[in-house]
Write a protein that binds this ligand. Structure first.
Ligand SMILES: *Cc1c(COP(=O)(O)O)cnc(C)c1O
Length: 347
């Protein structure tokens, strides 16, 4: 009994193929929880797509993809001298491409691992990692025998990034950093097309995760099993917290809890906090201290009877709704990048 991701294989593969066809030079991103599918499964799938490079988030993630895929592995998190894999030497393999973004790191890597393959990252308006524009020529001087595989840009997801990408590419081309390959994240399809038209001299390599693996949601269905159903009365106390139920109905115990990432949220912005205050003011079960769950029964999202448990959740279904049976499946709306499924089934 489990939280299951069911993939419509034909539809999903068709989508992957269409994204790959639309993006020559595609670098599939296989990081974190593997977008819900798991990194090893996506690495095998990348082999099937047929690209020559995969991108992972960290050095720690490399072993999980290495044996499932023949091509190169770009590590997007920057090389740092203090990383355990750098210290113990496991970060080095001819298939690994390192991302470097500090002058001192370039010098240190060139000294300790001459011949290592690198991309040099520019510090975009993301303000995450990378060199500023004025350091690019200095970086070129420090490269020594490092093998420069490309220039790398990580752009914000908000707004129009084409001008920034073009500005950076112009700066890199004018610098002594001698490469015509640019690894890019988070340009829209039309921005990528425009960039390719404007810079036919540059090989654009888009790093894409979400729009590739999760871009056709209709190929993906998430189901949870109903494990138990109990009738409850208004005022009856249930669960770890012994919270009094605000109305009559049924308690559904369903698979999927915090261990799966269910009921967890990314920190939200002030706007949505205000939105939540508004819905609180409107009353209803939220005002009774309940939270809306991602589980759907009879076409509607239902309320958690209490915060989700590790492996299961308890939902309160009002008495007006006929409860499902033990063993039935119900739909769940999850954030794939934080969900660990018990099973991934492809048909
Ligand atoms: C995660 C990540 C990506 C892929 O992001 P998606 O939004 O999943 O496509 C690309 N580039 C970098 C540097 C990343 O960290």
């Amino acid at each position: 009994m489990s939280l299951t991701l069911r993939i419509d294989g034909e539809r999903w593969r068709g989508h992957l193929r269409s994204v790959a066809d639309a993006h020559p030079g595609l670098v599939p991103v296989v990081k974190g929880n593997g977008y819900g599918f798991g990194r090893p499964a996506l690495a095998r799938r990348t082999q099937w797509i047929g690209t020559d490079t995969i991108a992972v988030g960290t050095y720690t993630e490399v072993p999980s993809v290495f044996s499932r895929y023949d091509g190169d592995v770009l590590v997007m998190s920057p090389w740092r001298p203090f990383l355990p894999e750098v210290r113990d030497g496991s970060a080095y393999d001819p298939r690994i491409i390192h991302t470097v973004g500090r002058l001192e790191d370039i010098a240190e890597l060139a000294r300790s691992q001459p011949g290592a393959r690198v991309v040099i990252e520019g510090l975009t308006s993301m303000e995450r990692h990378g060199l500023d524009r004025h350091s690019l020529s200095e970086a070129a001087k420090l490269l020594g025998r490092l093998q420069l595989e490309g220039f790398s840009l990580h752009l914000p997801m908000a707004g129009d990034n084409l001008d920034e990408a073009e500005g950076w590419i112009a700066a890199q081309q004018a610098s002594q950093l001698d490469t015509n390959t640019v690894y890019l994240s988070h340009l829209t399809d039309s921005e990528l097309t425009t960039l390719r038209e404007r810079r036919p001299d540059v090989t654009i390599r888009p790093r894409i995760g979400t729009d590739l693996w999760l871009g056709d949601r209709r190929a993906l269905r998430v189901r949870a099993s109903v494990l138990d159903v109990h009738e409850v009365r208004r005022g009856e106390r249930v669960g770890y917290r012994q919270r009094a139920m605000p109305r009559d109905g049924h308690l559904l115990v369903v698979s999927g809890g915090t261990a799966h990432g269910v009921g967890l949220e990314a920190p939200t912005s002030a706007t949505s906090v205000r939105q939540r205050a508004t819905s609180f003011a409107k009353g209803g079960l939220e005002a009774a201290g309940l939270a809306l769950s991602p589980f759907t029964v009879a076409g509607k999202q239902r309320w958690f009877a209490e915060p989700p448990h590790m492996q299961e959740s308890m939902l309160l279904l009002p008495s007006s709704v006929t409860p499902p049976h033990v063993g039935d499946d119900i739909a769940v709306d999850v954030r794939f990048t934080i969900t660990t499924f018990d099973r991934v089934e492809i048909d």
